[in-house]
Design a protein. Structure first.
Length: 156
């Protein structure tokens, strides 16, 4: 019987990534023309780890960093988001094992200013830790956002 991979194992399973692919077919309707960099999970994690306390990064900024690194037109929006989620899961596995220096995934925002409801421990945890780091969190409907997030973004 096949055992389920841990988040940490998923983080280190590069599956022949990173790679750059030509944008064509259905992809070109949505993303235009040129090339798309598909990062490795650990690559996304390394970018997320560099975000210092008091600062933020967005998934789109991570995509921009990946695209520049691999000399592509865009960084893949699908895999970048999935790999940020894997990084968050791996960080919480590490915390459960007693590790203190984990990837600060709560500093990576979904879209532009929105907290990611799919991250481990949920929105309440992210809200609390971000507020402790000096950010003001506001609620709009069921979603949570960092107020004036642009002022706290790292420079890409």
């Amino acid at each position: 019987m096949k055992t389920k991979k841990s988040w940490i194992e998923k983080l280190h399973d590069n599956k022949d990534l990173p790679k750059v692919v030509k944008i064509e077919g259905k992809m070109s309707t949505r993303w235009g023309t040129g090339t798309c960099a598909i990062p490795a999970p650990i690559e996304v994690n390394e970018i997320m780890r560099r975000v210092p306390k008091g600062k933020l990064i967005t998934i789109n900024q991570i995509r921009e960093i990946v695209a520049k690194k691999h000399k592509a037109n865009i960084g893949c929006p699908i895999t970048t988001g999935i790999f940020a989620w894997i990084s968050a899961g791996a960080a919480e596995e590490e915390r459960a094992r007693g590790k203190k220096d984990i990837t600060p995934y709560w500093r990576t925002l979904k879209g532009e200013e929105e907290l990611n409801p799919k991250y481990p421990l949920g929105i309440k945890f992210q809200k609390e830790i971000l507020e402790n780091e000096g950010h003001k969190i506001i609620q709009k409907g069921k979603k949570y956002f960092v107020e004036n997030y642009q002022e706290k973004l790292i420079v890409v």
